[in-house]
Design a binder for this molecule. Structure first.
Ligand code: SF4
Length: 406
């Protein structure tokens, strides 16, 4: 296909596809799917080889959030029967993080529900970072605490946070249909504050919330402009008790096309296969490793993933290798730019180029936000039917007496 040859050439040159080319990837047929995966796989291997980076989530504070993100089981008024607990103590968080590191994770993602941290919360997280780094000096720490206020990014960086996650989630045009308590611009501002403080930015999306192909392309091009180092691609986990609980509108094939499109638009960026991979990709999960170079090990914030052992077996069986701490994840030009930004020399913006609870979606007491707003899904794949039987609320690890899945 001329389209795929063009996209591979552009990806190897870090040149942006056009919007039309990105839309064309989403519109490919099932007969063309393996060609699409193979083409995007060439770009993935050019920048990241056959390495898979493992990341490990620690939910520091679960539920009871005052915000109303429709996809989130921790939202205001959520009827989801998730674990609810307040801040883990630093030693509890360090123990959970240690399990992830022992399982092969090189990044630990410290996530807390809420609109954003207070200065006291930043103190707590700083102590947690210190407790983790005391045991595991080489581990990367990413904080995901919601909207940041002035000075908080710098304090987190000084405390040892290497990265900050805040997802854009969906297009600017549809953001108000998903969340009303904060804005898309708030989210962009927080990512920019993290970058300005010299932290590596992690910002991605959630697919499967009734968005159109145009919305998906919009958010991915916005992410390219924002230029994060890592782009998590979540597939909505329609958790019972959330407004989007009935939104089962993804197929494995559509998930692969979305991942391929993200890889073509963000060729040299860590594309992270995030929440929802097990329930939406199902038996096609291994194919996604040809597109994403990074995944979460084990469980998500409020739902359970497949066992960490199965994650490792899948990576090995598909012919990939777990990335070690002695390997730099990012291509050299990106790693150098990040180092320059971290030293205060600038680094972002040269390439043209909830917290983000990783797709743990969400309450049945409300009309689905997009339906209420009259948004019509134009996704080519109609609802295949519910796979709600595959969604398991997390009952182990952080906040419980049971060992974590890692
Ligand atoms: S995504 Fe974050 S801010 Fe939004 S409801 Fe969930 S925990 Fe709260």
């Amino acid at each position: 296909m001329d389209l795929l040859n063009t996209l591979v050439d552009k990806g190897l040159r870090r040149e942006s596809p056009t919007r039309e080319e990105a839309l064309a990837v989403l519109a490919t047929s099932d007969d063309e799917l393996l060609d699409v995966v193979a083409a995007a796989g060439k770009v993935r291997r050019a920048w990241f080889g056959r390495r898979v980076k493992l990341n490990y989530l620690v939910n520091l504070k679960s539920g009871l959030c005052p915000e109303d993100c429709s996809y989130c089981s921790q939202r205001l008024g959520s009827k989801s029967e998730i674990l609810k607990y307040t801040w883990l103590k630093p030693e509890q968080a360090a123990a959970a993080a240690g399990a992830g590191v022992a399982g092969g994770a090189k990044r630990v993602c410290l996530v807390a529900s809420g609109r954003g941290p207070t200065d006291r919360d930043v103190d707590r997280v700083s102590k947690t970072i210190a407790a983790i780094k005391e045991e595991h000096q080489d581990v990367e720490i990413c904080a995901c605490l919601g909207l940041l206020s002035d000075g908080q990014a710098a304090r987190l960086k000084d405390a040892g946070a290497n990265a900050y996650n805040h997802n854009l989630n969906t297009s600017e045009a549809t953001y108000g249909d998903i969340t009303t308590t904060h804005t898309y611009a708030d989210r962009v501002s927080t990512v920019q504050q993290a970058q300005a403080a010299g932290m590596s930015a992690c910002s991605g999306l959630i697919a499967g919330m009734g968005e159109s192909d145009e919305d998906l392309v919009d958010v991915v091009f916005s992410l390219r402009d924002l230029d994060p180092d890592s782009v998590p691609v979540n597939f909505l986990i329609p958790i019972e008790g959330t407004p989007l609980a009935g939104d089962w509108n993804l197929t494995p094939q559509r998930c692969l096309r979305i991942l391929a499109m993200v890889r073509f638009v963000c060729p040299d960026v860590e594309v992270r296969l995030a929440g929802g991979r097990e329930i939406h990709l199902r038996t096609l999960q291994p194919l996604a490793l040809n597109l994403a170079n990074s995944i979460f090990l084990g469980d998500y914030l409020t739902t359970e993933g497949q066992s960490g052992k199965d994650d490792l077996a899948m990576i090995a069986d598909a012919g990939f290798e777990v990335e070690g701490t002695d390997t730099t994840t990012l291509p050299k030009h990106r790693a150098d730019a990040l180092a320059a930004a971290g030293s205060g020399c600038g680094g972002h913006g040269g390439e043209g180029g909830g917290c983000g609870p990783c797709g743990d979606a969400a309450p049945a007491d409300a009309v689905p936000a997009q339906a209420a707003a009259g948004v019509t899904a134009s996704t080519p794949a109609a609802a295949e039917g519910s796979h709600a039987d595959l969604v398991a609320v997390r009952r182990r690890g952080a906040g419980t007496d049971l060992p974590p899945n890692a």
